[in-house]
Every structure is written in structure tokens, then in C-alpha cells.
Design a protein around this ligand. Structure first.
Ligand code: SF4
Length: 191
């Protein structure tokens, strides 16, 4: 079904749910050919490399499209026998994790009481984190409770991971934290 710009606007404004997309769909227009054509153009000459979503142990299959060594698209791989090309919102946003102008690329530090952020180099930031972790652990480590029970823990440090930390990072993070005696270890990695 061909549709003009005028038809598109009319359908969009008269559709019960009020969106252009729902108006088109309600009119019986299939967007599948248009979507397929757009995908084809975007990745027509790109190299497709099979990969796996890094975020959780479900391991949904991805196809990473690259052009001249740069990622141009990431999508679900329909050949996967269990994910069949589908991805949850985290997996579907993998491209934006890699290619995103809003992604901070420098370490920003705001000193206690300061109003402005200061750019730090990564070595300085890592040294500062290590210094504070060691200081806090040395000052607050509990080997035994008042009753003499061996606990070897450090309850003054809390480890909170973000949704974009991958399986491997989380594995190392919890090993490091448990080695330090940290008890509260949390990660926002729900699916
Ligand atoms: S985060 Fe989502 S897309 Fe990625 S492996 Fe887990 S369920 Fe699949």
C-alpha cells in the first residue's frame, strides 16, 4: 500500500492512540519492508562478526557490523537457537555502549565541598582509589567479634556495580572485594 505524506499525517492524527506509528499500523500498512530496506542500507557493505552479549549469563547472540574497523551496528543474531535474534533492553543498547558521544572519556573528580569537576588522568585516579581503599580497610578491618568469633570482614566499604559491567569484570570485582573482606557487594545487573 502506497501512502503519501498527507495520508501519513492524517492517519497519525486520527488514530485512537494518537501516534503516527499506531496510525499506520491500524491502517493495515506493514512497515516490515521499509525497516528491512533501512537495515540493508545501513549494513550493506559492513562486515558481520558473530559475538555474544557481554551483560549476563544468558549469552544472547549478537552480530557486530563493522565498516573500516568501526562498529556501525550491533543487533541480535537470528541464527541463535535460544535467543533467535531477540535481545533484552540492555543487549539491544550494546551499540550505544560503544558508540556514544555522551559517554564520558575522562576521569572527573570533584573534591569534597567543591562545586566544579576536575579532569584527572587515570593513573592518578586509580592511585587515589587504591590509597583510600587501603586506608579504610586498615582502619576498620574486623578480624574477630567481641565474642571472639572469626569474621575477617570490612564493613566500611560497599561495592556497587553498574548495569553495563560485563560478566568478566563482575567476576574479578567480587573476587577482589571478597579478598579484602568486603561483605556488601551489589550489582545492578537484573534482566
Ligand atoms: S543482558 Fe539481555 S540481551 Fe544480554 S545476554 Fe542477558 S538477556 Fe541476553
Amino acid at each position: 500500500m502506497d501512502i503519501s505524506r498527507r495520508d501519513f499525517l492524517r492517519l497519525a492524527t486520527t488514530a485512537g492512540s494518537g501516534t503516527a506509528l499506531s496510525g499506520l499500523i491500524a491502517s493495515g500498512v506493514s512497515l516490515a519492508p521499509v525497516t528491512a530496506r533501512a537495515q540493508q542500507l545501513r549494513i550493506r557493505t559492513a562486515k558481520a562478526t558473530p559475538s555474544v552479549c557481554p551483560f549476563c549469563s544468558v549469552g544472547c547472540a549478537l552480530l557486530v557490523h563493522t565498516t573500516e574497523g568501526k562498529i556501525v551496528n550491533i543487533e541480535g543474531d537470528v541464527r541463535s537457537p535460544f535467543s533467535e535474534g531477540t535481545l533484552c533492553p540492555k543487549g539491544a543498547a550494546t551499540f550505544q555502549l560503544h558508540v556514544n558521544p555522551n559517554r564520558p572519556m575522562q576521569v572527573l573528580h570533584r573534591a569534597p565541598g567543591a562545586a566544579d569537576w576536575e579532569v584527572w588522568d587515570i593513573e592518578r585516579a586509580m592511585d587515589r582509589v587504591a590509597e583510600l581503599v587501603k586506608k579504610t580497610r586498615d582502619e576498620t578491618f574486623i578480624e574477630k567479634t567481641a565474642e571472639g568469633k572469626l569474621v575477617n570482614c570490612c564493613t566500611s566499604i560497599f561495592s556497587l556495580g553498574g548495569a553495563t559491567l560485563d560478566n568478566e569484570w563482575n567476576h574479578l570485582q567480587q573476587k577482589l572485594m571478597r579478598g579484602l573482606g568486603v561483605v556488601p557487594i551489589e550489582n545492578q545487573a537484573r534482566i
